[in-house]
Design a protein around this ligand. Structure first.
Ligand SMILES: C[S@@+](CC[C@H](N)C(=O)[O-])C[C@H]1O[C@@H](n2cnc3c(N)ncnc32)[C@H](O)[C@@H]1O
Length: 415
């Protein structure tokens, strides 16, 4: 067979860029997250491949994040983020011409989009902890025609004091905490967008300052490489089956590793909730709800191989919500309610001596979820804020530099 000739389209960056921008815009619209005309215009002009030297052209224009560096344990620590995530976060940021912007975590691509959005009268400052990333970002920005972006090499935990205040701060690395510099360096009326990890779940949260704390103005599901430097706080990984099945634990969640490993070898119990969702309905709110409602919570991370071998029912990159109790655990599952596979019912698979009880506990929390995804209110207070100043009834996650509260004031009780 003759070798296939590459088509003109597949090797022309302008065509690939137009196709990528179209796909990003369409896929976000399908998720009910339409992006502004300004963000759409910026997406159509910045040549992404110039920020990915050495990466094949077609790959540079896929919708994937492209990993550029891993640490010694194999965890990805530097990447050019997925264009859909970038576009959604830029939309959350609501950039205006003339704004001064701080980006934490460089690469050049997002900074160029920001430069497009602020125009000639604005300023973009980007800071990265890794000198290799900084050097690459500077080179690529110049090559792509954005030499005015300032790139600094420093720990973004401290912001960039001498160039503050900023109208907008965008954190493009997974943060576990909210250091005070980020709110202190926000100008009056400013906006901070940050992928914040709470019990292992990351949400890109829009914060604005309000009476001495940060109040959310919405959030979206996302995943990010973890922050390094002084604010680094990694999840703990408990292996349940070599590298194939691991439990991710965040904040102060504890687990009986030996007991849980043994539990996985026991037959599973199942429980079903009667709570259903339509095929294309968002249910990331259920994950957040379960993470806060269950006293001991983890995320089950399994490889596709483990799923194929029947060791677990699912594998999902962002991790499956799991209830823990001593040497027993139960993870969230679902089944189609009809052969048309239009609706799905949530359930739980339990393992271990208390498999039945813990699976039942998980589904009772599923039943108490109100079916919405974006109605939790997330607020950040400085560390040391006394309990009586936190919203009554809120769940509290104590970080090193902040106390994060999560509450559902608009929640409709479904029980
Ligand atoms: C996902 S990448 C950033 C992507 C980039 N904004 C783009 O345009 O695609 C995350 C970056 O955050 C950087 N980083 C990690 N911890 C940091 C810290 N404490 N301060 C500043 N940068 C940090 C990493 O070196 C990595 O380059």
């Amino acid at each position: 067979m003759p070798e296939e000739e590459p088509t003109a389209a597949s090797s022309d960056p302008a065509v690939l860029l137009a196709e990528m921008a179209k796909k990003v815009i369409t896929s976000l619209a399908e998720l009910d997250m339409p992006v502004s005309a300004e963000v759409r215009a910026a997406l159509r002009v910045v040549p992404r491949h110039l920020f990915l030297p050495g990466v094949p052209l077609e790959r540079a224009y896929t919708l994937d994040a492209i990993v550029l560096k891993r640490d010694e344990t194999g965890v990805s620590i530097s990447s050019v983020s997925a264009p859909t995530v970038i576009a959604a976060m830029l939309d959350q940021l609501q950039v205006k011409p003339g704004h001064r912007i701080l980006e934490i975590g460089s690469g050049g691509y997002n900074a160029s989009l920001l430069q497009e959005l602020v125009g000639d009268t604005g300023q973009v400052v980007s800071v990265d902890i890794d000198p290799d990333v900084v050097a690459r970002a500077r080179q690529s920005l110049t090559a792509a025609g954005y030499p005015d972006v300032t790139v600094r090499c420093a720990d973004g935990e401290f912001g960039v004091t001498d160039l503050a205040p900023f109208d907008r701060i965008i954190v493009t690395v997974g943060a576990w905490d909210l250091p005070p510099a980020w709110s202190e360096q926000l100008a009056e009326g400013g906006r901070l967008v940050v992928p914040l990890r709470m019990r292992g779940l990351t949400r890109s949260i829009v914060f604005e300052r309000e009476n001495g704390h940060l109040a959310d103005r919405g959030y979206e599901l996302c995943g990010f490489v973890p922050m390094q430097g002084i604010g680094e706080r990694r999840e703990r990984l408990v292996s349940l089956h070599g590298e194939d099945i691991r439990l991710r634990l965040d904040d102060d969640q504890q687990a009986d590793a030996d007991g849980l490993r043994a539990a996985l070898t026991t037959p599973r119990a199942e429980a079903w909730s009667g709570t259903t969702v339509g095929k294309n309905t968002r249910f990331d709110g259920l994950h957040l709800w379960l993470s806060m409602a269950l006293p001991d919570f983890g995320l089950l991370a399994a490889t596709k191989e483990a799923r194929k071998r029947g060791l677990v029912a699912h594998s999902w990159g962002l991790g499956i919500p799991t209830a823990l109790d001593g040497a027993s655990f139960a993870y969230l599952t679902f089944r189609a309610t009809s052969t048309a596979r239009e609706r799905f019912e949530f359930g739980a698979y339990g393992h271990g001596p208390d498999a039945e009880r813990i699976a039942q506990r998980m589904v009772s929390h599923v039943r108490s979820w109100d079916g919405t995804s974006l109605n939790a209110r997330i607020t950040a207070y400085p560390a040391g804020t006394p309990d009586e100043q936190l919203p009554a009834g809120a769940l509290v996650l104590n970080k090193r530099r902040a106390r994060i509260t999560i509450s559902w004031p608009d929640r409709v009780d479904t029980r």
